[in-house]
Design a binder for this molecule. Structure first.
Ligand SMILES: C[S@@+](CC[C@H](N)C(=O)[O-])C[C@H]1O[C@@H](n2cnc3c(N)ncnc32)[C@H](O)[C@@H]1O
Length: 404
C-alpha cells in the first residue's frame, strides 16, 4: 500500500466514524454530509487504484515485450553456433583453399628457388673446382717456392755455419798468432838477454870440453848449424855419467866427433849417426877418420823417406837404416833439419822407441823452438814411462825412458 492509499483509507475511516457518530447523536444533516465526503474519498481512492492498475498493466506489458525480445535474442543466440560453425567452416574452407593455393604457389616458387639454389650451388661447385685447380696450381707453385725457400734457408744456414766456423777459425788463428807472437817476443827477449852472458857461458863450456877431450886434430866448429858448446858439454857429461854402450844420433856433424871422443875415452861404447845428406855424411866420416874415431862412430847414410806414425805421414830417415839397431842407451835427436817437413823430429821416438834399452836417455836439441817443444810434449803424452829431467829452460831436453 502506498502512502497516498494509507492517507485516503484513514480519511475514509474518519469520515465513516464521523457519519456513525453524527447519526447516533441525531445530527442527520452532518451525518449525510460526512457520508457524502466519505463516498467522494472512496471514489477518489477507486480512481487512483484503477490508474495504478493501468500503470501496472502497462509496465507488465512492457516487461513482457522486453522478455519477448530477450527470448527472441536467446533464440537467435541459440542458432548462432550453427551459423558460426557454418561461417567458420566456410572461412576454413576459404582459408584452406587459400593456403593450398599459397602452398602450391610457394611450392612452385620454392621449386624455382631450390632449382635456382641448386644451379647456384652447381655453379659455385664448378667455381670451387676451378678455384681448387687454381689453388692447387698456386699450391704447387708455393710448394716449389717453399722448396726453393727451404733450399735458400739451408744454404743460408750452411753459409752461416761456414761463416761462424770461419769466424771461429779466424779468432782461433788470431789467438794462435797472438800466442805465437808472445812466444816469439819472449824468446827474442831471452835471446837478447842471452847475448850478454851467453858467449861467456859458451866459452866456459868450450874450455871444459877442451880439458875433457884430448883432440888429435882440429875440431869442427860449434854453434850455428852444429850444437853449442854448452849442449855438447852436457852430452859429454851424460856419457861420462851413464857410460852408454849404444848411442844413436839423428843428424851428424860436430857432435858426432865430440861424442866419439867421449866414448873412446871411456873405453867402450858405439855410436851410429844417421845422416840424410850424403855429402855431409861423407864429410863427417872424413872428420872421424882424421881424428881416428872411425872405429867408435859410424855415419850411416839414411835418405829421407815417407814414414807413417799413428796414421799420419812424416818425412824421416829411411827406416831400413835403423833395422839392426837395438838396446839404444842414449838417443840424440838433432835431425832431420826443420826444412824437411813439419814436426820433422817427432817420428824419432815412435820409430826407435822399441829399440831403446830400459833407462835409456833421450836428448832432443832445439826445444826452444815451438816444433821441437811440441815433439817433446807429444812423446811425453804418448810414451808411458818417459819422463823429462833437467830444466825446462835448457835449449835441449833430457828425457829418461823407464818402461813399466
Ligand atoms: C842441426 S845440424 C846438427 C848436426 C850435429 N848433430 C851437430 O850438432 O853438429 C843437422 C844437419 O846439419 C847438416 N850438416 C852436417 N855437417 C854440416 C856442416 N859442416 N855444415 C853445414 N851443415 C852440416 C847435416 O845434414 C845434419 O843432418
Amino acid at each position: 500500500m502506498t502512502t497516498r492509499q494509507l492517507v485516503a483509507g484513514l480519511v475514509a475511516a474518519a469520515l465513516g466514524l464521523a457519519t456513525a457518530v453524527l447519526g447516533v447523536v441525531g445530527q442527520a444533516d452532518l451525518a449525510i454530509a460526512a457520508l457524502g465526503l466519505l463516498l467522494a474519498v472512496l471514489v477518489v481512492v477507486l480512481l487512483d487504484i484503477r490508474r495504478r492498475q493501468g500503470e501496472m498493466a502497462k509496465r507488465l506489458k512492457q516487461m513482457a515485450q522486453r522478455d519477448l525480445a530477450t527470448a527472441r535474442k536467446i533464440d537467435r543466440l541459440r542458432g548462432l553456433p550453427a551459423d558460426v560453425e557454418a561461417s567458420g567452416r566456410r572461412t576454413l574452407d576459404a582459408v584452406t583453399g587459400e593456403v593450398r593455393s599459397t602452398v602450391g604457389r610457394l611450392q612452385t616458387a620454392g621449386d624455382r628457388v631450390l632449382t635456382g639454389i641448386a644451379q647456384e650451388r652447381l655453379a659455385a661447385a664448378e667455381r670451387h673446382v676451378e678455384l681448387v685447380g687454381h689453388v692447387g696450381g698456386i699450391g704447387s707453385t708455393l710448394t716449389s717456392l717453399g722448396d726453393g725457400v727451404s733450399g735458400i734457408r739451408e744454404d743460408v744456414a750452411s753459409t752461416k755455419k761456414r761463416v761462424d766456423g770461419a769466424r771461429r777459425d779466424l779468432l782461433a788463428g788470431q789467438e794462435e798468432l797472438a800466442q805465437g807472437e808472445k812466444r816469439r817476443l819472449i824468446s827474442l827477449r831471452e835471446r837478447v838477454d842471452k847475448l850478454g852472458y851467453e858467449p861467456v857461458r859458451q866459452i866456459q863450456a868450450l874450455m871444459q870440453l877442451d880439458k875433457r877431450i884430448d883432440a888429435r886434430a882440429p875440431l869442427p866448429p860449434t854453434g850455428g848449424w852444429a850444437m853449442e858448446p854448452t849442449t855438447l858439454f852436457r852430452l859429454v857429461r851424460l856419457v861420462d855419467q851413464t857410460r852408454p854402450a849404444m848411442v844413436v844420433e839423428c843428424g851428424s856433424g860436430a857432435s858426432t866427433v865430440w861424442l866419439a871422443y867421449a866414448l873412446e875415452s871411456l873405453g867402450g861404447g858405439r855410436l851410429v849417426s844417421l845422416e840424410h845428406d850424403e855429402r855431409y855424411a861423407e864429410q863427417t866420416r872424413r872428420t872421424l877418420e882424421e881424428h881416428g874415431l872411425s872405429g867408435v862412430a859410424e855415419v850411416r847414410h839414411a835418405p829421407l823417406s815417407e814414414v807413417e806414425v799413428n796414421g799420419e805421414t812424416f818425412t824421416w830417415y829411411d827406416p831400413t837404416a835403423v833395422q839392426d839397431l837395438k838396446d839404444i842407451e842414449l838417443l840424440l835427436v838433432d835431425g832431420p833439419p826443420r826444412a824437411s817437413g813439419p814436426r820433422a823430429r817427432y817420428p824419432a821416438l815412435p820409430l826407435l822407441g822399441t829399440r831403446l834399452a830400459p833407462g835409456a836417455r833421450i836428448v832432443l836439441d832445439d826445444v826452444d823452438r815451438p816444433e821441437e817443444q811440441e815433439a817433446a810434449d807429444a812423446w811425453l803424452a804418448e810414451t808411458p814411462g818417459l819422463v823429462r829431467e833437467g830444466s825446462e829452460t835448457d835449449r835441449s831436453a833430457l828425457l829418461t825412458y823407464r818402461p813399466g
